[in-house]
Design a protein around this ligand. Sequence first.
Ligand SMILES: C[S@@+](CC[C@H](N)C(=O)[O-])C[C@H]1O[C@@H](n2cnc3c(N)ncnc32)[C@H](O)[C@@H]1O
Length: 258
Amino acid sequence: MPPALKALLAQAIGTATALAAARSGMLPGGLWPVVVVQALAATATATALGSAPWWRWIHLGFAPLVVVALQLNIAPGWYLAAFIGFALVFWSSFRTQVPLFLSNRATAAAVAEQLPRNRPSRLLDLGSGTGSLLRPLAQMRPDCRLEGIESAPAPYALSVLLTRREPTIAVARGDFFDIPWSDYDLVYAFLSPVPMAEVWRKASAELRPGALLVSNSFPVEGIDPDHIIDVDDRRHTRLYCYRPAGPAYQQKSGITGL
Ligand SMILES: C[S@@+](CC[C@H](N)C(=O)[O-])C[C@H]1O[C@@H](n2cnc3c(N)ncnc32)[C@H](O)[C@@H]1O
């Protein structure tokens, strides 16, 4: 079951349990006992459904925070504005399970080292966010063509603004699974564990021999990387580097002696 559906179910069961408890006369009077039962029942349901640990904290705090916020008498327009703001930044994260976090300069430098040195090459950043990988890379490798594709409107708009004076960077809005990856020397992913199997399938089907798939922090389950880079930064970034069209491709296509 998708996490968003589990969350909805946990809240619905939490609310039904709290209302049933209130109607049965088991609870002391007032709103807070009902709220506490709702929060506990929603949290217990999320735990039973196997939701990730952070969801349990969200369910525990959700109803109490709604009540506190209602008591603050904040104008409804602020909630709508906050909702629209979050939606523009996180867009389809509830479905893709890929949130927005950004690559740092040290990571960009490590990725620059992986681009072929002897010729201009092409890089694709899957889910390019605000362009925080592409911008430092453009300074480090001005000979390369750097492209990014991002689905969320707000980070995409910011990336367009921030890269407008960078002739070697091109960013587009869309889904990276919908474009071909065959023209790139390096495909960079900083996503989450969830889409990595699909990323691997597409990379194996489309990347040409020698092209590199670099995944920041999230390895492809069950596949040995060609090499791993430990970046010397505060978050101890680890880059998993794969050559999907390496020996497997050569066996598949009968190419030998490469
Ligand atoms: C962790 S951020 C990485 C941003 C940037 N690549 C960087 O390294 O700084 C992942 C981004 O991928 C985007 N994303 C997730 N799935 C996507 C998809 N299928 N197509 C396009 N963008 C996607 C998200 O909106 C998010 O902005």
